[in-house]
Design a binder for this molecule. Structure first.
Ligand code: IMP
Ligand code: MG
Length: 183
């Protein structure tokens, strides 16, 4: 499937993303006003472009850290399991933390990651996702901030990949297979 030729239709322009990131950064700065430091945690790898743009718009003292989680379908179970592949470098106990994700899809990843980080007793733990696909949710999870709510489509660009490709597109596009029957 990843080798089948596909086309990418633009869904959200680079300009729209930039405008939205600016306004999200204002809301986050207001929420965390007065913090001594905000630890911004990017979930690898899909959030790397978003976090880079977001922190540059954030008028707060920030520290950046990364976490890598992997979700996979367990053949024997219907529920998804999420593993931590790379943990944070720094401590978050008593700190203000913002977790940055590319997409909330089934919700398993952020649901698991926030519960995992909460055991370290941060002062405040908030989440932001650039994209949300509410129709795909399997567990009850809501990010504190969402950039754009989108329908159930497979998207790429702005850090988000399809089989590791297309992360460098400056906009968000929808993957389409010409000739394939409409879903
Ligand atoms: P979930 O919320 O645990 O189902 O997983 C969210 C993760 O699935 C995201 O961090 C993405 O890595 C991946 N994902 C979900 N939808 C897409 C998509 O449309 N394109 C690329 N990756 C996606
Ligand atoms: Mg991901």
């Amino acid at each position: 499937m990843p080798d089948a030729p596909y086309v990418i239709d633009q869904l959200i322009s680079a300009k729209s993303i930039a405008a939205r990131v600016e306004s999200l950064a204002r809301e986050i700065a207001a929420e965390f006003a007065g913090t001594d430091k905000l630890i911004v945690v990017g979930l690898l790898r899909g959030s790397f472009v978003f976090i880079a743009d977001l922190v540059r718009e954030l008028d707060l003292p920030v520290e950046v850290d990364f976490l890598e989680a992997s979700s996979y379908e367990d053949a024997m179970e219907s529920s998804r399991e999420v593993r931590i592949l790379k943990d944070l470098r720094g401590k978050i106990e008593g700190r203000d933390v913002l977790v940055v994700e590319d997409i909330v899809d089934t919700g398993h990843t952020l649901h698991h990651v926030t519960r995992y980080l909460a055991t370290r007793k941060p002062a405040r733990l908030r989440t932001i996702a650039l994209l949300d696909k509410p129709s795909r949710r399997e567990v009850d999870f809501r990010a504190d901030w969402i950039g754009f709510s989108i329908p159930d489509a497979f998207v790429v660009g702005y850090g988000i990949d399809y089989a590791q490709r297309n992360r460098n597109l400056p906009y968000i596009g929808q993957v389409r297979f010409p000739g394939a029957p409409e879903a």
